[in-house]
Design a protein around this ligand. Structure first.
Ligand code: C2E
Ligand code: CA
Ligand code: CA
Ligand code: CA
Length: 278
């Protein structure tokens, strides 16, 4: 949607789009989406840059809306969060992601973990650990193959967050700090959070080949991760030049369109798993 700006410029705002969509209609459609089997997961592979090995996949939800077509999570996850539907959707996502990865493991696919995005409300639900444990038992995926992606902005109360993270750690789940660098959490907490991985936000990668500040920030994050003995992955790599800057700075784990877009389960099997084995 294009609107006329104050000084005559045209500007584009995704927020305006969201307002213009029939919020109520989406909400009521979303309530039925799960039972109607309209949600699907796409999977974006993550790679080790030098060896080209697939080291993981991130599950990303899509909604196959009967009229609007395939809707991106940016459009309906905020509505799901506002209305509390995020719990039902989040449960479906977790179960489906674990089920799929267990199936791939069983069928001879690579023994890699699956990353699942958690909303703040899910992270703070009172019975989170028991709830996750139940999903792992139901789907029979080993806990060390589940990685939860959370963001700094969810950890407004560090003491509470640390307690939740420690419990998740105890059952063997991996934690990745998504969109790293965009939140406001104090760095001094980083060493206290029991997490495994920093995921450098795409906003620092976009202009990394031209913007020396972005490059410096990314280099600092990588070096800090190494000192804190955390894994580090960069997201949103679209070009060879961006990849080169990252590998020069010793970031080996990479996710982005340059390697692969998010794909359906079938496409992942066809493009990346050994034919005939799966
Ligand atoms: P995110 O967790 O930061 O996910 C990365 C987003 O960047 C994905 O968009 C992915 O398709 C996109 N992306 C990956 N590589 C590239 C690249 O090289 N260039 C560009 N321009 N984009 C790239 P997507 O799938 O539309 O998801 C948007 C956001 O929606 C996610 O951001 C995440 O915050 C949220 N989301 C997605 N699935 C779930 C879910 O199951 N639960 C929750 N709570 N949130 C989800
Ligand atoms: Ca993510
Ligand atoms: Ca991210
Ligand atoms: Ca993001």
């Amino acid at each position: 949607v294009k609107r006329q700006g104050k000084n005559g410029h045209q500007f584009y705002s995704p927020d305006l789009d969201l307002q213009l969509l029939d919020h109520i209609e989406i909400e009521s459609d979303l309530r039925k989406a799960i039972e109607r089997n309209e949600l699907e997961l796409h999977y974006q592979p993550q790679f080790h840059a030098e060896s080209n090995q697939m080291i993981g996949v991130e599950a990303l939800v899509r909604w196959n809306h009967p009229k609007k077509g395939l809707m991106s999570p940016g459009l309906f996850i905020p509505i799901a969060e506002e209305t509390g539907l995020i719990f039902e959707i989040g449960t479906w996502v977790l179960k489906e992601a674990c089920r799929q990865m267990k199936l791939w493991h069983d069928e001879g696919g690579p023994l890699i973990p699956i990353s699942v995005n958690l909303s703040s409300q899910q992270f703070h639900q009172p019975n989170l650990v028991m709830y996750i444990k139940n999903i792992l038992e139901e789907t029979k995926l080993a806990p060390n193959y589940l990685e939860l992606e959370i963001t700094e902005s969810m950890m407004m109360d560090p003491a509470v967050s640390i307690a939740i993270l420690q419990e998740l750690n105890k059952i063997g789940i991996r934690i990745s700090l998504d969109d790293f660098g965009t939140g406001y959490s104090s760095l001094s907490y980083l060493k206290k959070f029991p997490i495994h991985k920093l995921k450098i936000d795409r906003s620092f990668i976009m202009d990394i080949t031209q913007n020396s500040s972005d490059k410096a920030i990314v280099a600092a994050i990588i070096s800090m991760a190494q000192h804190l003995k955390l894994d580090v992955i960069a997201e949103g790599i679209e070009t060879k030049d961006q990849l080169d800057v990252l590998t020069e700075n010793d970031c080996q784990e990479i996710q982005g369109y340059y390697f692969s877009r998010p794909l359906s389960a079938e496409q992942v099997e066809q493009e990346f798993f050994i034919p005939g084995r799966i």
